[in-house]
Design a protein around this ligand. Structure first.
Ligand code: HEC
Length: 450
């Protein structure tokens, strides 16, 4: 009698698991939406088993079924590559595999907290054992990793290398960017160039970035900022121009927010560079009503990138001649400074969060700023500290949920789904819960829309 009572209460706590052809079709649909390929028969059988398991909650059934699809090599090599393929293009068009896309795939595969995408000291490239040689007669070095081209990654994609493998057989391997930078035999993604005051490359060697002072000697260590300091991101957003593009596209791709969304004509103009006309077309009010809204924010925050550039086909970082001497601001950061000589002239890579100078009480809160670990949301120096601050925002967390939702559900979230997506976002960013585990987002959205 006692046994029977217990059995009944377990049965009635959870909704009855669905059965029949509907479950089979749903398993196939879940698999295809996550992995972007059809499942094999044993995979469907396993998923149907989970989906019909009445001892589990509906959320747990779906999560376990989704896990089967997450194990598929296609989830990494096709689905995730597609998801991030537009993040290194100013036109938001799909690009071939590159070091920034591979970085995204790698840290998701390795369950590294995804917020590290904007500041973590990681880097992914093909294992040496892959021997990326095009043909016996061609130059075997052609497809080896190089700071000066993308052939290595394009070749991995052309050969349909399985990016999902882990352990000793992994094809896509993690190295630290710092290590890569300082390792003399395998140069890192950031180029070791010395650039003189005229911007000419005078020497190739280790770069030195952020400063630390020990005794009276200042040493400069690398300003590693996750994907921001990868070659593909630098090529798209640091080449030519004035280095303003990087801030906009980090915001767009990783916080799902464009400048138009946070534009604010009441912020301080203190950090707007001299190349921005204060009287465009002779009108100061045009500046006040239009230019200030964007440049008051992006020039102040984007100053974090003052030492970066993309030239000679590679990312590089500007430093002076001696390892102990400070890096210097790129000429493009101070170009055309006669347009408004009273404007801001960058002298280092300090950034300021001018959103907090807004007269509007709501606007500065829009991105959901919070104090990042070991830093501040109000300002800092260099790309790493800015990356940390951006990754600590609520906008960053909800952006990842939104991206996975669109990818799996093939539509925008509806208002009625808002509360559930907020709950998923809470769990995603809670360091005691999912701790920014990106794969959990796939498991969770399946239950919302499929
Ligand atoms: C919606 C936001 C926005 C507004 C409004 C805006 N800008 Fe910009 N501006 C940008 C971005 C983003 C860039 C970087 C473009 C790039 O390099 O791809 C930029 C670049 C510039 C540059 C550097 C161009 C170069 O590469 O040499 C100048 C100068 C400039 N803006 C002036 C102005 C002036 C003057 C106004 C007002 C009439 C204005 N901007 C309004 C976002 C904005």
């Amino acid at each position: 009698m006692g046994f029977r009572t217990i059995a009944i209460s377990i049965c009635c706590l959870v909704a009855a698991a669905p059965a029949g052809a509907g479950v089979h079709d749903r398993a196939v649909r879940i698999f295809r939406r996550i992995a972007h390929v059809p499942p094999l028969a044993p995979e469907v059988t396993e998923m149907v088993g989970h989906l019909s398991n009445s001892s589990l909650s509906p959320e747990e059934r779906d999560a376990r079924a989704a896990e089967v699809a997450l194990r598929s090599p296609a989830f990494y090599s096709t689905s995730l590559v597609t998801l991030f393929s537009t993040t290194t293009s100013t036109e938001q068009l799909p690009e071939p595999l590159n070091d920034s896309i591979a970085f995204n795939v790698g840290i998701i595969r390795d369950n590294i907290p995804y917020r590290e995408i904007l500041y973590g000291d990681h880097y992914y490239r093909g294992a040496p054992s892959l021997n990326l040689i095009p043909s016996p007669t061609a130059d075997p070095t052609t497809y080896q990793w190089s700071p000066g081209d993308n052939e290595h990654y394009a070749r991995m994609q052309a050969l349909r290398i399985d990016l999902g493998k882990v352990g000793p057989d992994a094809n896509l391997i993690r190295v630290s960017q710092t290590q890569a930078v300082f390792d003399a035999t395998t140069p890192g993604p950031v180029n070791r160039q010395t650039v003189n005051a005229a911007g000419q490359v005078t020497q190739q060697h280790n770069l030195v970035l952020q400063s630390t002072t020990a005794g009276n000697v200042t040493q400069y260590s690398p300003d590693i900022a996750g994907v921001i300091s990868t070659r593909a991101m630098a090529e798209a957003f640091f080449s030519a121009g004035t280095n303003r593009r990087m801030f906009r596209f980090v915001l767009k791709n990783y916080l799902c927010t464009d400048l138009e969304d946070i534009k604010d004509n009441t912020v301080s103009s203190q950090f707007i560079r001299r190349d921005v006309d204060r009287f465009p077309g002779g009108s100061h009010s045009t500046f006040q009503l239009n230019c200030l809204g964007c440049h008051g924010i992006q020039d102040a925050l984007g100053n974090a990138f003052a030492y970066f550039d993309f030239r000679d086909n590679r990312m590089n970082y500007r430093r002076a001649q001696e390892p102990t001497s400070a890096p210097a601001v790129r000429p493009k950061m101070v170009q055309n400074d006669s347009i408004f000589p009273d404007g801001f002239r960058p002298s280092d890579d300090t950034w300021h969060n001018t959103l907090f100078s807004s007269a509007d009480p709501i606007k500065p809160l829009k991105l959901g700023w919070r104090t990042p670990e070991g830093g501040s949301e109000l300002g800092g120096s260099g790309a790493h500290t800015l990356g940390r601050a951006l990754a600590a925002t609520r906008a960053f967390s909800s952006c990842q949920v939104k991206k996975v939702f669109r990818h799996v559900c093939l539509r925008e979230p509806q208002d009625s789904e808002h509360t559930r997506l907020e709950t998923i976002t809470d769990r995603f960013e809670n360091t005691n819960d999912w701790n920014y585990n990106f794969k959990n987002l796939f498991k969770a959205v399946v239950n919302v829309c499929l």
